[in-house]
Ligand binder design. Structure first.
Ligand code: ZN
Length: 354
């Protein structure tokens, strides 16, 4: 008898994605479309509240909604717990996450704990987590990626995002370009370890990275259209994780390099900036066209060397030779034993000091 079919997997996607100029003004409409009713809360930070939160509050009130604003800080478990308690106490029926990465991460966690749906309103586009169900939380051992819940809706106002420092947008581009080495690592693990592979997730992720590279020369500061060009690939990149059921399509050895830096030398640069530099080096290790990656990052204005991410060459070498200890379950080009310091130095000197 044939074995019976037993596969099952849940894939979460946002239902409504609104991207473009002045889309913030439509937050009440999107909320109504999603069936949100009753009282809700905006979860935001001090800066994001000034750049977009206050406006969202006004638009929601004009649209007939009763909405409170909760100003919070870093994406820590303590802040998540505090807001979970508040949401339960007040009985909010929906949430709006207004901010960069950390406020969206907090809200994803709160939504997953309370089962209250939320809309994501990014004020920056510095990484590809906008549309995904995974959240990055701060812990004593560096940032930790945890499964939470995907937003019901996304409102990406290109005007708001273009007013944020350009560095964030460039970092978001670098985070998506870094998919290319994540995908090489995934193929490598598929060939060597027979690891689960999804062609759909693979091609979506690859397409996002290529779309950014193809448009690299046109992605510039102070041009709202640059945000328009970048935001769709960033969102699509995030959905590739939902299809794969894990972060394989967007996170490989280059992310391990970035995570190693988060532990060894925290807060020197943005996540996407570190991943971009990691991708140059990991493409070299894979025998790929690392000069092409470097050129695209340079055209965009993202860092391409140690100095660009506030590190000394020795610090890069240390992170390269320790990165294999970060995520042992993820098989990548650096293997289980990692790079020797000698090899790590060759990689850094070849690709970053040219
Ligand atoms: Zn990333």
């Amino acid at each position: 008898m044939e074995e019976s079919f037993t596969k099952a997997r849940e894939m979460q996607f946002p239902r409504s994605i609104l991207v473009g100029h002045d889309t913030l003004a439509q937050c009440a409409e999107v909320s109504a479309d999603l069936g949100f009713f009753g009282r809700g809360a905006i979860i935001t930070g001090e800066k994001s509240n000034a750049s977009a939160g206050n406006a969202v509050q006004d638009f929601m009130t004009e649209g007939g909604y009763d909405v409170d604003t909760i100003v919070t800080g870093a994406a820590t478990m303590a802040n998540v717990e505090e807001i979970v308690a508040r949401v339960m106490e007040e009985g909010y029926g929906f949430l709006l996450a207004v901010g960069g990465g950390s406020k969206i991460d907090i809200t994803k966690m709160v939504a997953s704990r309370t089962r209250v749906p939320f809309i994501s309103v990014p004020t920056t586009a510095s990484h590809d987590g906008i549309a995904s169900g995974r959240a990055s939380l701060k812990s004593d051992l560096g940032p930790k990626s945890v499964q939470a819940v995907a937003p019901m809706g996304i409102i990406a106002d290109t005007g708001v995002i273009s007013r944020a420092p350009y560095r964030y947008l460039a970092a978001g581009c670098a985070d998506v370009i870094s998919n290319l080495t994540a995908l090489m690592d995934w193929e490598f693990a598929r060939r060597l370890r027979n690891e689960f592979f999804s062609s759909t997730a693979y091609y979506l992720s690859k397409h996002s990275a290529e779309a950014i590279i193809e448009n690299a020369e046109f992605i510039k500061p102070d041009i709202e259209e640059s945000v328009w060009t970048v935001i769709k690939p960033i969102i699509i990149s995030g959905t590739s994780m939902s299809i794969a059921g894990n972060s394989r399509p967007t996170s490989g050895s280059e992310h391990m390099f970035s995570h190693a830096l988060d532990i060894l030398y925290p807060d020197r640069a943005l996540h996407g900036e570190q991943c971009g530099v990691g991708t140059i080096m990991m493409t070299y290790l894979h025998g790929g066209d690392w000069m092409r990656i470097r050129k695209a990052l340079k055209d965009i204005g993202a860092p391409v060397d140690a100095k660009g991410i506030n590190l000394k060459e020795d610090e890069v070498v240390e992170a390269l030779s320790k990165m294999h200890t970060i995520r042992k379950d993820r098989f990548t080009i650096v293997g289980e034993k990692g790079l020797s310091p000698e090899v790590a130095r060759v990689v850094a000197e070849t690709t970053l000091v040219i």
